[in-house]
Design a binder for this molecule. Structure first.
Ligand SMILES: Cc1cc2nc3c(=O)[nH]c(=O)nc-3n(C[C@H](O)[C@H](O)[C@H](O)COP(=O)(O)OP(=O)(O)OC[C@H]3O[C@@H](n4cnc5c(N)ncnc54)[C@H](O)[C@@H]3O)c2cc1C
Length: 335
């Protein structure tokens, strides 16, 4: 059976590798010159367990399950670290500490309750838990798929409407893994995002990740490089939103260094409210610009949505951990 996959982000690459194992004849079309050039190579690289999503039950459940599946297949492309802290700040959280604990205890999420006094460098803390979420080693995962799929990918080919129509005739199945870029829908919108890459200057903080929940708060999370972290903020990471892809692309192309520096300062100020010596211990090195596709919804849903129309399957991820939800739907459909 012949299947074409459009988009070589982590979804397109994972689904292609699974279908190849099942004996399908796979072709992949990617507009860029290598894989993981868009969101899959430019994000916070957190393998979620659901702790970021106190307000969305579906997202929590998908993350918990997806984490286990991800480790079964790709554990060597992840790393863990000791103080992976979720922190509920005083006053600024949408959910108080007791409610946060109750939600995750009720659903048997594994976490360790920690004493705020253990972390003397943190201020304005209502409660802290440590969790076993991991960091995705994105360069190694990219290398893995680049080798595995090298004979299947057609790079530098943007799939236009005409080419898409032709694919629908030529292939048994067409799988859209463009994260909503190819087939428009009024159910989602695009968000241009900004994270800062920070060098850690003090060994004391190398084994920490600080994630403030719940609401318009910030996170400092490790990357695959031991002393490099990303700083993000629910308030300031989104730079621009639009339902029109061309508008989001134009905004992205025109962003200036000045805008990014000013935005970094806002994220730093937010982090300093909780970690006053942040700038003495972390130094801004570079910026990451990326684009999220998001489902409209009040509770900030990040679950995976998959739909089928004729021989076209559309995959719309929320996060990386939901790869296996997509895989299950596709395998059940095409086999
Ligand atoms: C700032 C940020 C932080 C995030 N943090 C996390 C996190 O910590 N943990 C987590 O689990 N998730 C996170 N995410 C979400 C995660 O990055 C995405 O869910 C995931 O990468 C989506 O993968 P994808 O393969 O669906 O999309 P993409 O990686 O965007 O891949 C889509 C591919 O399709 C190609 N394409 C698009 N249109 C066409 C066309 N017409 N023809 C040919 N090719 C086309 C693109 O070039 C691209 O390579 C974050 C996202 C962002 C932006």
């Amino acid at each position: 059976m012949k299947v074409v996959i459009i988009g070589a982000g982590i979804y397109g690459c994972h689904i292609a590798s699974v279908l190849i194992e099942h004996g399908f004849d796979i072709s992949i079309y990617e507009q860029k010159s290598s894989i993981f050039e868009m969101a899959s190579g430019n994000n916070q690289f957190r393998l979620h367990l659901g702790f970021h999503y106190a307000r969305d039950y579906n997202t929590r459940q998908q993350s918990k399950l997806g984490f286990e599946y991800f480790l079964c297949r790709y554990e060597k492309f992840t790393k863990s670290f000791v103080n992976n802290l979720y922190i509920i700040p005083k006053h600024d959280s949408l959910i108080d500490y007791k409610t946060y604990l109750a939600i995750f205890r009720h659903e048997d999420h594994l976490m360790e309750v920690r004493e705020p006094s253990e972390f003397d460098f943190l201020k304005n803390t209502d409660g802290v838990v440590s969790v076993d979420e991991r960091v995705i080693l994105i360069s190694e995962l990219k290398q893995h798929f680049s080798v595995l799929l090298k004979d299947h990918i057609n790079f530098n080919t943007t799939v236009t409407n005409e080419l898409f129509e032709q694919f629908c005739l030529d292939f048994d199945y067409v799988i859209d893994c463009t994260w909503g870029k190819l087939l428009p829908s009024d159910e989602f919108f695009f968000e241009v995002t900004h994270l800062g890459y920070y060098r850690c200057l003090n060994k004391k903080y190398l084994n920490y990740g600080l994630t403030y929940v719940d609401g318009s708060l910030c996170s400092l999370y490790p990357t695959e490089i031991e002393d490099v972290f990303t700083l993000s903020s629910v308030s300031y990471t989104p730079l621009f939103k639009s339902e029109i892809l061309d508008e989001a692309n134009s905004f992205m192309e025109d962003i200036t260094e000045e805008v990014l520096v000013q935005n970094s300062e806002k994220m730093e100020a937010q982090m300093q409210k909780y970690f006053p010596t942040f700038l003495e211990n972390f130094k801004l090195e570079s910026h990451q610009i990326s684009m999220k596709s998001k489902i409209k919804g009040l509770n900030d849903p990040r679950d995976c949505r998959i739909s089928k129309k004729g021989n076209v399957i559309s995959v719309f991820s929320g996060k990386i951990d939901t790869l296996f939800i997509a895989e299950e739907f596709i395998i059940n459909t095409v086999i």
